[in-house]
Design a protein around this ligand. Structure first.
Ligand SMILES: Cc1ncc(C[n+]2csc(CCOP(=O)(O)OP(=O)(O)O)c2C)c(N)n1
Ligand SMILES: [Mg+2]
Length: 547
């Protein structure tokens, strides 16, 4: 006689079979059966303080590992909070699976408890979004969610789970248990003829530039780009900031794009970040090669650039990069002098910066924060650096290097960094984790310091307190004039005391000389730490070419 199995147990067992061990979650009526099913399972539930934080944590997990992070929230309001955070993951091409509880099927359309059209709500911010309809196929649904999240251009997937299906008991032999192949799809390769064609076009250019998208912004992605550059001498870079060509990470980047006579987009959307490839960002005669997992984005580039697209094809980013390396086989298709020029401009930082310092007593210039933090980040290659917010954190993006850096990304949403830090620490128990974030940004998820304390997940957050939403204040200055700048003020609040009250370690810093000591004590505390640095309200760096 076959045994019966509960819907919630099917979900948990399928998550286990997907290789999932950590679920970022916030409880609620609809999903308590899954909490129960997780009891004694391989899953570790990290119980957070706001649903968006759970999604941001799954996002960080997806970015760092390339494997889907998992968030689980309750239906209705829990889902609504969670859905908002999917945009950040979508913009950053981060694979994740959001499982949301849902009103019972028999209540749908009747004014059920916390009834909401959840799949519709999440649809614009996910690769796929649907509601399970039978207990027997819950495992198939979960496997499908993983498969979609990691295929092609990775991204978030949402699956709603009606509570009656989770509570239902069904005969074990009626359950469809997905086999391993159901969790992943084979990648779409760039064929040898296509790779050869791309390399021939590159070889015909004088100044080719390869731009990759956010999917490659993790360690393995950066390594792939470095290998492409070594094999072809084509300068490579990643565009992952909503500031686009003005991203301070990329130095005097506009001088590079303007000089290029061929731009190869490797899984990089031709969009606002590139100012749609129009002059003066790109030369009017610049040719384009577009390799993208999505036919729609190849077609869009052709629509924008017409005959200037010398080659376009659908292929997954990583195998396409590997194919270019393989087919180039050490044959330099570009020139060392152009590579040097482009690299030089991307590494360019104004000489005048070395003399920058605060002019205000008891406040630091953001660059002084970076100078103090830089050696702590760069001394360990495993360090995870997280930058978030408006103007202040841009200094960090420009000056501090890390191959494991997380920024809020193309979606342009601030506030995810504290959840990112928790997830990074959960993933890697040894790597140092540092956050640079603005004071406005700190407020979004400061309660997650309690989660970090409870779960013993230490990291060091360095808050730049200028008592202002400075990025928006700068927009007011630029667009409407100083006399009309208003409403963007904050208080110089004691965020360090908030963190201490939650059980973490807090430091207040008002002088550059005190910062290294505060960093040392924060690390030594072994606790989640907040260094609240009083800073001058300074705009983000702008870097223009020296020549
Ligand atoms: C979710 C979200 N809300 C609002 C914004 C608009 N925004 C971008 S930067 C910024 C100010 C950030 O202030 P703070 O964190 O203090 O950094 P600062 O610019 O002062 O250095 C705001 C409001 C956004 N990008 N994302
Ligand atoms: Mg601020």
């Amino acid at each position: 006689m076959s045994q019966s199995v509960r819907g919630a147990d099917i979900v948990v067992r399928t998550l286990e079979r997907a290789g999932c061990r950590t679920v970022f979650t916030l409880s609620g009526n609809h999903i308590m059966s899954i909490f129960d099913a997780a009891f004694g399972s391989a899953l570790d539930l990290v119980h957070v303080r706001q649903e968006a934080a759970a999604v941001h944590m799954a996002d960080a997990w997806g970015r760092l590992t390339g494997e889907p992070g998992v968030a689980m929230v309750t239906g209705g309001p829990g889902h609504a909070n969670a859905a908002a955070a999917l945009m950040t993951a979508q913009g950053q091409e981060s694979p994740l699976v959001l499982l949301s509880g849902h009103t019972a099927t028999w209540e749908i359309g009747r004014g059920g408890f916390q009834e909401l059209r959840q799949a519709e709500m999440a649809a614009p911010v996910s690769k796929a979004s649907w509601t399970a309809h039978s207990a027997e196929t819950l495992g198939v649904d979960v496997a499908k969610a993983f498969k979609i999240a990691r295929s092609g251009r990775p991204g978030p997937v949402h699956l709603s789970l009606p509570s009656d299906l989770l509570d239902a008991r069904v005969e074990d032999n009626a359950v469809v248990w997905p086999d391993q192949s159901a969790f992943a799809v084979p990648p779409v390769e760039l064929g040898d003829p296509a790779a050869d064609a791309v390399l021939a076009i590159i070889a015909s250019a004088q100044r080719p530039l390869l731009i990759a998208g956010p999917q490659l912004a993790n360690r393995s992605g950066r390594d792939l780009l470095a290998r492409i550059e070594a094999a072809t001498l084509v300068p490579t870079c990643i565009m992952e900031s909503p500031r686009g060509v003005n991203d301070a990470t990329l130095g005097a980047f506009r001088a590079v794009t303007r000089r290029a006579d061929l731009i190869v987009l490797l899984g990089k959307a031709l969009d606002f970040t590139l100012k749609f490839g129009e002059p003066p960002v790109a030369d009017a005669d610049c040719r384009w090669v577009v390799i993208d997992p999505e036919a729609m984005l190849v077609e869009r580039a052709v629509r924008e650039k017409g005959n200037l697209v010398a080659f376009g094809c659908v292929a997954d980013t990583r195998p396409a990069g590997e194919a270019l390396i393989r087919r180039a086989s050490g044959r330099s298709v570009s020139s060392a002098s152009w590579l040097d020029e482009a690299r030089g401009r991307m590494n360019d930082r104004p000489e005048a910066w070395s003399a920058l310092a605060s002019k205000t007593p008891r406040k630091l210039h953001p660059i002084e924060v970076c100078r103090a933090l830089k050696p702590y980040v760069e001394r360990d290659p495993d360090t995870i650096l997280i930058c978030d917010g408006g103007e202040y954190a841009q200094w960090g993006q420009s000056l501090i290097r890390s191959s494991r850096r997380l920024i809020n990304g193309v979606g342009g949403s601030i506030g995810a960094s504290l959840p990112f830090a928790l997830a990074a620490r959960k993933l890697d128990a040894k790597a140092p984790v540092f956050v640079m974030l603005g004071d406005g940004t700190f407020g979004f998820h400061m309660a997650e310091f309690e989660t970090a304390v409870r779960r013993q997940l230490p990291f060091v957050a360095v808050v730049g307190t200028d008592a202002r939403w400075n990025a928006e204040h700068n927009i007011q200055l630029r667009e409407y004039g100083e006399a009309r700048a208003h409403g963007c003020e904050l208080t110089p609040a004691r965020y360090d005391l908030v963190v201490a009250a939650l059980g973490g370690h807090g430091e207040l810093v008002e002088r550059a000389a005190d910062l290294p000591g505060a960093i040392e004590r924060s690390i030594a505390s072994g606790k989640p730490a907040c260094i609240n640095v009083m800073i001058e309200s300074i705009a983000a760096p702008t870097i223009t070419s020296r020549s």
